[in-house]
Design a protein around this ligand. Sequence first.
Ligand SMILES: *[C@@H]1O[C@H](CO)[C@@H](O)[C@H](O)[C@H]1NC(C)=O
Ligand SMILES: *[C@@H]1O[C@H](CO)[C@@H](O)[C@H](O)[C@H]1NC(C)=O
Ligand SMILES: *[C@@H]1O[C@H](CO)[C@@H](O)[C@H](O)[C@H]1NC(C)=O
Ligand SMILES: *[C@@H]1O[C@H](CO)[C@@H](O)[C@H](O)[C@H]1NC(C)=O
Ligand SMILES: *[C@@H]1O[C@H](CO)[C@@H](O)[C@H](O)[C@H]1NC(C)=O
Ligand SMILES: *[C@@H]1O[C@H](CO)[C@@H](O)[C@H](O)[C@H]1NC(C)=O
Ligand SMILES: *[C@@H]1O[C@H](CO)[C@@H](O)[C@H](O)[C@H]1NC(C)=O
Ligand SMILES: *[C@@H]1O[C@H](CO)[C@@H](O)[C@H](O)[C@H]1NC(C)=O
Ligand SMILES: *[C@@H]1O[C@H](CO)[C@@H](O)[C@H](O)[C@H]1NC(C)=O
Length: 712
Amino acid sequence: MEPPSPWPCCYSFFFFFFFISISIISLSTSTSTSAPALFVFGDSFFDPGNNNYINTTTLDQSNFPPYGQTYFHFPTGRFSDGRILPDFILEYANLPLIPPYMDQSASRRYYKIGANFASAGAGALIGTFQGSLTQALCQLLSQNLTALVISLQTQIRYHKRVENRLRKMYGNAVADNTLSKAVYLFSIGTNDYLSPYLITNSTRFNSSYSDSQLIELVIGNLTTAIKELHKRGGRKFGFLNLGPLGCLPGIRIILNPSTDSGGCIEAASLVAKLHNKALTNSLKRLAKQLHGFKYMLYDFNSNLEHRIKHPSKYGYKEGKTACCGTGRFRGTFSCGGKRPVKEYQVLVPMAVASIPLLLVSCLLSVTGCLTSQEHFNKHVALFVFGDSLFDPGNNNYINTSTEFQANFWPYGISYFDPPTGRFSDGRLIPDFIAEYAKLPLIPAYLDPRHNEFVYGANFASGGAGALVESHAGFVVDLKTQLEYFRDLEKHFRENLGDAKAEKLVSDAVYLFSCGGNDYLSPVGNNESILYPYTHEEYVGMVIGNLTNVIKGIHGKGGRKFGIVTIPPLGCWPSIRAGRADNSCSQEIEMIASLHNEEVSKEFKELEKQLEGFVYSRFDLSTAISNRMNNPSIYGFKVGDSACCGSGPFGGIYSCGGKRGLPEFDLCENASDHFFFDSNRPNEVASRQFAELWWKGDLEVTSPYNLKHFFQA
Ligand SMILES: *[C@@H]1O[C@H](CO)[C@@H](O)[C@H](O)[C@H]1NC(C)=O
Ligand SMILES: *[C@@H]1O[C@H](CO)[C@@H](O)[C@H](O)[C@H]1NC(C)=O
Ligand SMILES: *[C@@H]1O[C@H](CO)[C@@H](O)[C@H](O)[C@H]1NC(C)=O
Ligand SMILES: *[C@@H]1O[C@H](CO)[C@@H](O)[C@H](O)[C@H]1NC(C)=O
Ligand SMILES: *[C@@H]1O[C@H](CO)[C@@H](O)[C@H](O)[C@H]1NC(C)=O
Ligand SMILES: *[C@@H]1O[C@H](CO)[C@@H](O)[C@H](O)[C@H]1NC(C)=O
Ligand SMILES: *[C@@H]1O[C@H](CO)[C@@H](O)[C@H](O)[C@H]1NC(C)=O
Ligand SMILES: *[C@@H]1O[C@H](CO)[C@@H](O)[C@H](O)[C@H]1NC(C)=O
Ligand SMILES: *[C@@H]1O[C@H](CO)[C@@H](O)[C@H](O)[C@H]1NC(C)=O
């Protein structure tokens, strides 16, 4: 038994993080291919929402309010009011949040920084909470409930898939390096001891196995998992031991239904202590057996026990009672009101799997609230409007033709798998801006998988212009994009309250790439492509409509705007390929530069007219011309021809073979060609542009750069 001093726990706590940060530091000083990675296995303590994607019930899910209310402001599937332990480890290691492995819409490029396989309710034993709980519950609730979870073994199998992916995407050397430098975290066992108890419904931890037999099986399966990962190259492992099960609200309410107060139920904590002892011994043995095996064991047990018993020492008001639930200690697993117990008002044990987390979230809420509030106040959201240069896949969700879509191979080949709908081999300018601003990837507004958008939303639509007529019927024009933004602003007010919504909107940055399609879509007569308008008239209309949208956002409280000049479209591969002599179109060049001059004037005007209006104008046009004319200076082999397409300059818009022409050429390495398809730059170029816009000087981005907007 550990002495009840806070020292051993704090010691191991810090040591644990120390271990992680050492590995990260040593990695970042080596080559860029050896990015650090974090692979996470286990149960609800570590599950970032994998159970959202499996066929299970709300017993093993928490993707509904009030879960997530303190930090994410929407339920992610984490069994907590906010972030969970692996999220903080990632933050300390300077890594972005890792999406749930089961979210197959997430980029598999993330595998290079790791993957999270944890599944609430999971145990080291295959049978744990695999429907067996259901039978007992069905009897009590006269209801058929499938409670399925992803067992540790399956999680290990999924890790194998990630390994295979890494090898395919990056080659064996990089994959080996990633796997061996990675940290492997585990939180497993709690459910193995709770699950048989729930089934037998007896007054002690009891199943067809004795405690010691059960522990042997659990540790045995965990050891098998560790050895498998070690075989795949894993060397650095971190473990939580089991918490004091008898102190959890969900267990107290079952095991001692009569008393309202009193201490923890020692008998229930005993099995955890025995498990923890066995785990310690097993890890010591593995350290001797396995080559290069290093591990860190975090004493979760005494850390949790101290906090439950002496909450005020740690800044909590309450240690015994959960924040969300019903009954004594709010120990009944009803948080959110979406699980059967609410309806039936039966104090039966539910998927106690997750109850510890409820308690932890309550414990954490005192400090957690402060930090997340701070974070919320600090983060600057990003809203994006415009055309294909910025569209992350909105056109996947509208009734259009493949001409205005890019959600098929080989789009995305350099970064996204599967393709997202971005008109590029990889990320776009706003994706990099989001990265520099420490925001997650800003999702497409029309993507039905998203509906909260507190970090921002992207409304851009490939083919869209400022004029409603440009590609009408096939795209989301700028005016409609503004309407969507207004809907979202309303949603913010309803969900966050007026004060927070207003702050979010006024702190946010609004980026625009718009106009190019207005000049490419009309086909006039022999006098001018814009016939019957003069260039000046037409440009006036385009800018007039753009200005209206900016004023609309300003009217809702938006203040910080960013705009890119339109590219030198006259020499675009698609334009040149369409001309008899493959020359550049002087007329389009002229209109484009007229547009860019007029936009500059207009923004200077707006600065005078609109209260608080500030802007950042990035001279994308010059940046593109530089790269087309002198590709090698910027690291490109080819400046004027598309990587993917056909005909002269790859200018025929056939990339992917889904736009009528099944045949197309694809270059060997998309990074070599400034143009990915006949109309858009590649990912490397987008990154360069984003960097210039983010921190460029007055020559390229004026009067402010974007960094100023996000950090001011
Ligand atoms: C999920 O389970 C339910 C009930 O067992 C079943 O009807 C349904 O077909 C399953 N769905 C999937 C996608 O497996
Ligand atoms: C893992 O647990 C299962 C019970 O779920 C057991 O049948 C199996 O033998 C265990 N495997 C190992 C390697 O211990
Ligand atoms: C539950 O499902 C089983 C088989 O899937 C069926 O035999 C049983 O009648 C169902 N019970 C209820 C209460 O629906
Ligand atoms: C659980 O215990 C209660 C009484 O303590 C008993 O009525 C019930 O039949 C038991 N359920 C099972 C599945 O053993
Ligand atoms: C399970 O509990 C029952 C009743 O308390 C007891 O008779 C039985 O021996 C226990 N079985 C095991 C394996 O501990
Ligand atoms: C999509 O557009 C096609 C062709 O314009 C039309 O036939 C179809 O009904 C539309 N579908 C929807 C869902 O609007
Ligand atoms: C445009 O075409 C019409 C007939 O198609 C012709 O009469 C006219 O002279 C042309 N204008 C110019 C400027 O070439
Ligand atoms: C906006 O564009 C339309 C054509 O789509 C035009 O009639 C209108 O005058 C433009 N508005 C402004 C303010 O320029
Ligand atoms: C593609 O080219 C870039 C830059 O020229 C290089 O860094 C990268 O390794 C190449 N990729 C492949 C798969 O050859």
